[in-house]
Design a protein around this ligand. Structure first.
Ligand SMILES: *[C@@H]1O[C@H](CO)[C@@H](O)[C@H](O)[C@H]1NC(C)=O
Ligand SMILES: *[C@@H]1O[C@H](CO)[C@@H](O)[C@H](O)[C@H]1NC(C)=O
Ligand SMILES: *[C@@H]1O[C@H](CO)[C@@H](O)[C@H](O)[C@H]1NC(C)=O
Length: 384
């Protein structure tokens, strides 16, 4: 049950034996996974959306890259930390034609992506055209091109054997969940959540057919604690729990996550010799929102970058990095000076500080079902 199914294992075992014999032949920084292929939305986009539609502004990127880097946060996203932990470069966005290097994988995630096909008549808020089915097509095209070009030698692509030695990560579904929530409510959204879950499962099966063997599926974070949704979604005072989060929306997320976990258990039975790992980042994020000070942070449900101050520092009319004249006054949504003290960067997306804590939890496997510690398969590199 708990074994790992990758073809490079014999090499790894030999390497470990050689290290044990103190023969300095193998590189000590070994990892059973040589690449990461990621599917997702803004929570894991490393520049795809903004490569397609250039317009990102400061203060995005202020903490780590010191400039807008195409990520919807002040610094690194979760998969950046996973890549660093595995000793690999940041994963290049599939849509980024300049400066990309795909030898260690590709990132298909784009801001505002959904699992389901975007229905423009229903989605009043903006959505990305790059929904999960498109991201899967891009993955298939990526493999076709790798297979075609590998003999030519001069590529920034991985070898064709890479697909069995890669980590496939999924962090998507949040926009399906929240995109229509203000218009059709929790009961409306629940109608199609089974469809979201089954599409994630079928995508995993398709990638398995391409050779993929290890899948990490991140569940949804407690959006009822997000400053933006606390401001935007209808709720009464009695719906707020002792941590300042909305009970009804958080309960609905838990229900979705249970369904996702169940679907992953089923998927595991359907595809032999594969690791299908459900990663409960929800528990990690909820803990950060509820007890920020226990983890070196200060603020849970208040955004770092926003307008208006107050409990949430979020104004739906002026997003982070923007200014708007409202009633003759120029309102500016600017960043706090200490993003490392916040869970929420801009009301929706987590800060680099929170992403790092979630990444540690993913790497050490304590929130994975079945248990799955990446320390067992890779010489995990420290990151700061
Ligand atoms: C999109 O949403 C509208 C409004 O609910 C619905 O009438 C229509 O059938 C949907 N279209 C698709 C392609 O799902
Ligand atoms: C927003 O920024 C503009 C330009 O820097 C400034 O004139 C204005 O006073 C600021 N608005 C507020 C509410 O601080
Ligand atoms: C894994 O991470 C959790 C949360 O950060 C921590 O409590 C736990 O001690 C870690 N376990 C290991 C083996 O590093």
């Amino acid at each position: 049950m708990n074994e790992i199914y990758i073809s490079s294992r014999p090499c790894l075992v030999i390497c470990i034996v050689l290290i044990a014999l103190l023969v300095p032949i193998c590189d000590a920084k070994k990892c059973a996974f040589e690449a990461i292929f990621n599917f997702g939305d803004s929570n894991s986009d490393t520049g795809g959306f903004w490569a397609a539609f250039p317009a990102e502004r400061p203060p995005y990127g202020m903490t780590y890259f010191k400039r807008p880097s195409g990520r919807a946060t002040d610094g690194r996203v979760i998969i950046d930390f996973l890549a660093q932990g595995l000793g690999q470069p940041f994963v290049s966005p599939y849509l980024q034609s300049i400066g990309s290097d795909y030898r260690h994988g590709a990132n298909f995630a784009t801001l505002a992506s959904t699992v389901r096909l975007p229905n423009t008549s229903l989605f009043v808020t903006g959505v990305s055209p790059f929904s999960l089915a498109i991201q899967l097509n891009q993955m298939k095209q990526f493999k076709v091109r790798v297979d075609e070009l590998h003999s030519s030698g001069k590529t920034n692509l991985p070898p064709p054997e890479i697909f069995g030695k890669s980590l496939y990560t999924f962090y998507i579904g949040q926009n399906d969940f929240t995109g229509n929530l203000a218009y059709i409510g929790i009961s409306g959204v629940k109608q199609y959540l089974p469809q979201v879950v089954s599409q994630i499962a079928s995508t995993i099966k398709e990638i398995y057919a391409l050779g993929g063997r290890t899948f990490l599926v991140l569940n949804l974070a407690p959006i009822g604690c997000y400053p933006a949704f606390l401001v935007e979604l209808p709720h009464g005072n009695s719906d707020i729990d002792s941590f300042g989060c909305m009970i009804s929306y958080n309960n609905a997320v838990v229900e979705y996550n249970d369904m996702l976990k169940e679907a992953m258990e089923q998927t595991r039975k359907n595809i032999p010799n594969a690791n299908v790992i459900y990663v409960d980042i929800h528990t990690v994020m909820l803990e950060l929102f509820q007890h920020p000070t226990a983890h070196g942070l200060k603020y849970g449900t208040k955004a770092c970058c926003g307008e208006g101050g107050g409990a949430y520092n979020f104004n739906p009319k002026v997003f982070c990095g923007n200014s708007k004249i409202i009633n003759g006054q120029t309102l500016n949504a600017t960043a706090c000076s200490d993003p490392y003290n916040y869970v929420s960067w801009d009301g929706i997306h987590a800060t680099e500080a929170a992403n790092k804590l979630v990444a540690y939890a993913i790497l050490n496997g304590s929130y994975s079902h079945p248990a799955f510690s990446l320390y067992k398969y890779c010489d995990i590199q420290p990151f700061t």
